[in-house]
Design a binder for this molecule. Structure first.
Ligand code: ASP
Length: 304
């Protein structure tokens, strides 16, 4: 399986965001430009936090919230509906500095699933929990925590979707990884899951160690792609383990993508280390990705 990878060294602080791995079929030049603009806006939202001396954790939450709000990706306002027509959100956050970790899955309530995941982290975490809240339990938590509710008219493709801008990427799970001035890493991932999935189906995105990880070894990871394969392969943990075993970060991501490939899955991942080493790699034809470090910024949809 061919892997496209971009990697290198960014100075601290740095941020990498993704808007999903897939084919991005039939996008006109204009639509591709709109998707890239949304990606860049999210990257800048995270970068602003980092440039002001803020934490990597704040940066990834702001970047992913921006992608959710754009309605252009399969997350937040742009989330794809299940076979039954409802929209279900999965999201996760993890902060290596504090050990904060929180997630929710198959939730319908929150306007910003990534902020809800952060609220779960603030209320729980390891070892006593909760780390991951599901379905109506997650929705009740969001309401009790006073989080903003998603309004049906805000959805760009779910039940009741009325946004004339429309969706651009069904494949666009979103995520961000960042390292701050203090060398601390954080990660966040958010998705509406697979288009037309069975109600209640949950993939890798909200599972720490699968679709998201910010590890104390100094590595942050966010994944996108065939969720079952990423989940079973323990994709994000595999990246951290390979790294701890002495591989370079881009080698570690490639080994983890191969493990996903052995299970028949394709997709991609972004990763960043506490020294500014960064990777965006995918085994699909395309992946929406952007990054910024001191003096360097790029955004791409296609390989190259
Ligand atoms: N990994 C996501 C899921 O399985 C989907 C995707 O990234 O396209 O829910």
């Amino acid at each position: 399986m061919r892997t496209t990878r971009q990697f290198g060294q960014l100075g601290l602080p740095a941020i990498v965001v993704h808007g999903g791995a897939g084919t991005f079929p039939d996008l006109s030049e204009e639509e591709s430009a709109v998707l890239l603009q949304a990606l860049e806006a999210a990257r800048e939202a995270g970068w602003e936090v980092l440039a002001a001396g803020g934490s990597a954790y704040d940066a990834v939450v702001e970047a992913v919230a921006s992608l959710e709000d754009s309605g252009r990706f399969n997350a937040g306002r742009g989330a794809v509906p299940t076979a039954q027509g409802a929209v279900e959100f999965d999201a996760s956050v993890m902060d290596a500095a504090t050990g904060a970790v929180g997630a929710l899955c198959a939730a319908t309530y929150p306007a910003n699933p990534v902020r809800a995941a952060r609220a779960v982290a603030a209320a729980g975490g390891v070892p006593d929990g909760p780390v991951l809240l599901a379905g109506t339990g997650a929705d009740d938590f969001c309401a009790e925590a006073g989080l903003g509710a998603m309004r049906p008219e805000w959805l760009t493709r779910g039940a009741g979707a009325a946004d004339p801008r429309g969706p651009l990427s069904k494949e666009g799970t979103v995520g961000a990884v960042a390292v701050d001035r203090g060398g601390q890493v954080a990660a966040a991932t958010s998705t509406g899951g697979r288009s037309g999935q069975r109600r209640g189906r949950v993939g890798d995105s909200p599972v720490p160690g699968a679709g998201v990880l910010a590890h104390r070894c100094g590595v942050a990871v966010s994944a996108t792609g065939a969720g079952e394969a990423f989940l079973v392969a323990g994709f994000a943990h595999r990246v951290a383990w390979e790294r701890q075993a002495g591989r370079l970060l881009h080698e570690a991501v490639e080994v983890a993508l191969s493990a996903v490939g052995e299970l028949g899955g394709t997709g991609g991942g972004i990763a960043l280390s506490d020294t500014g080493e960064f990777v965006a790699a995918f085994t699909t034809p395309a992946m929406a990705r952007a990054w910024r470090g001191e003096g360097e910024k790029e955004a791409h949809l296609l390989p190259g």
